[in-house]
Design a protein around this ligand. Structure first.
Ligand code: HEC
Ligand code: HEC
Ligand code: HEC
Ligand code: HEC
Ligand code: HEC
Length: 191
């Protein structure tokens, strides 16, 4: 990774606490080498949200992945080769839904979105704060399975956050695999 690389996709909502946290991470990392050695730095446990707000269109991974067996990358174009997996816009869906289930009210909303520019305001499920660097390419390219970090999405009609992406979860696997655990591997320092 290169420190200070700008995210490929701006976060969908501003996170005003980001700057404050970045500053506190800079301070924390001043003693980071010591903390990493002694194990004295204890990141707070992440609390998984019980539920995610309803999606704008009732999309089912069980139907599209479990049954229709579509490849993740058809809809998440960056998931193997980019930092961000990305979320699909209406034209990707309409390649099929111009003809499939056109009588469904959900598909009617999809068609309306396609006419209105194509962007669909999907509610995010997995998201790390903007002071954390994460890249799909670094993980999927090294052979990590989607299900390790996102659960069995192909069996889900509605996605919820079911696997932690908190700092402890990152560090546990990094220790197991011999991946970097120094603060600057995941945190952009100095601003
Ligand atoms: C490769 C083809 C294909 C693509 C691409 C596709 N779908 Fe589908 N979709 C299907 C099929 C097949 C079904 C199941 C139809 C059935 O139940 O008979 C379906 C079902 C649905 C349904 C359920 C409709 C109902 O009321 O039963 C919704 C909603 C839906 N898709 C939304 C989407 C969205 C949103 C996208 C894009 C993110 C998308 N689809 C992309 C093929 C596709
Ligand atoms: C036909 C399109 C389509 C396919 C194929 C697809 N997805 Fe998705 N995915 C979506 C849509 C639409 C959303 C946003 C709505 C939602 O969260 O259910 C989404 C959301 C997600 C999210 C949550 C993203 C967030 O907000 O943080 C994950 C994780 C995910 N998909 C993983 C996968 C994996 C893994 C596969 C392959 C096994 C896959 N998807 C295949 C359309 C698709
Ligand atoms: C090592 C853990 C890990 C693996 C493996 C992984 N993801 Fe993710 N995924 C994450 C994290 C962490 C986020 C939140 C990233 C962020 O906020 O920048 C995320 C976010 C997403 C999102 C939300 C959109 C985005 O661009 O951030 C989608 C969709 C997604 N992942 C799909 C996938 C798919 C498909 C695969 C397999 C090809 C996969 N992920 C493999 C950890 C993982
Ligand atoms: C399931 C195991 C696993 C999980 C979970 C995981 N990682 Fe990783 N991570 C890896 C592996 C393996 C590598 C690649 C090490 C290598 O280059 O061989 C890696 C590499 C990285 C790198 C590149 C480091 C460098 O300097 O080369 C970053 C940054 C990173 N991970 C951030 C994260 C973050 C942030 C999280 C949690 C949101 C996370 N990872 C969760 C396994 C994991
Ligand atoms: C492998 C990736 C990774 C490494 C290495 C890492 N962090 Fe984190 N860190 C994260 C993630 C992910 C979060 C966000 C957790 C969340 O979602 O709330 C985080 C959050 C934080 C936070 C804010 C939340 C809290 O726990 O108070 C601080 C401060 C922090 N890290 C400091 C450090 C320090 C100091 C080090 C070095 C000892 C370090 N981090 C190493 C991934 C990492």
């Amino acid at each position: 990774m290169s420190l200070g690389r700008a995210p490929a996709l701006p976060p969908p909502s501003p996170r005003p606490r980001g700057a404050i946290l970045a500053a506190s991470i800079t301070l924390a990392c001043a003693g980071g080498a010591l903390a990493a050695q002694t194990g004295e730095y204890h990141p707070k446990e992440e609390t998984l949200p019980a539920a995610v707000a309803a999606q704008p269109i009732a999309f089912s991974h069980r139907l599209h992945v479990g049954e229709a067996e579509l490849d993740c990358v058809l809809c998440h174009a960056g998931a193997r080769d980019e930092d961000f997996a990305l979320l699909p816009a209406a034209p990707t869906c309409m390649t099929c839904h111009v003809g499939v289930k056109t009588n469904s009210p959900e598909v009617a909303r999809l068609a309306a979105a396609a006419e209105g520019g194509g962007r669909i305001p999907w509610v995010r499920v997995y998201q790390v704060p903007d002071y954390v660097f994460f890249s799909h390419r670094e993980h999927v390219g090294k052979g990590e399975a989607c299900s390790t970090c996102h659960g069995p999405v192909e069996t889900r009609d509605v996605l919820e956050k079911e696997v932690s992406t908190g700092m402890n979860a990152c560090l546990d696997c990094h220790r197991e695999r011999g991946a970097p655990v120094h603060c600057a591997a995941c945190h952009v320092l100095g601003h």
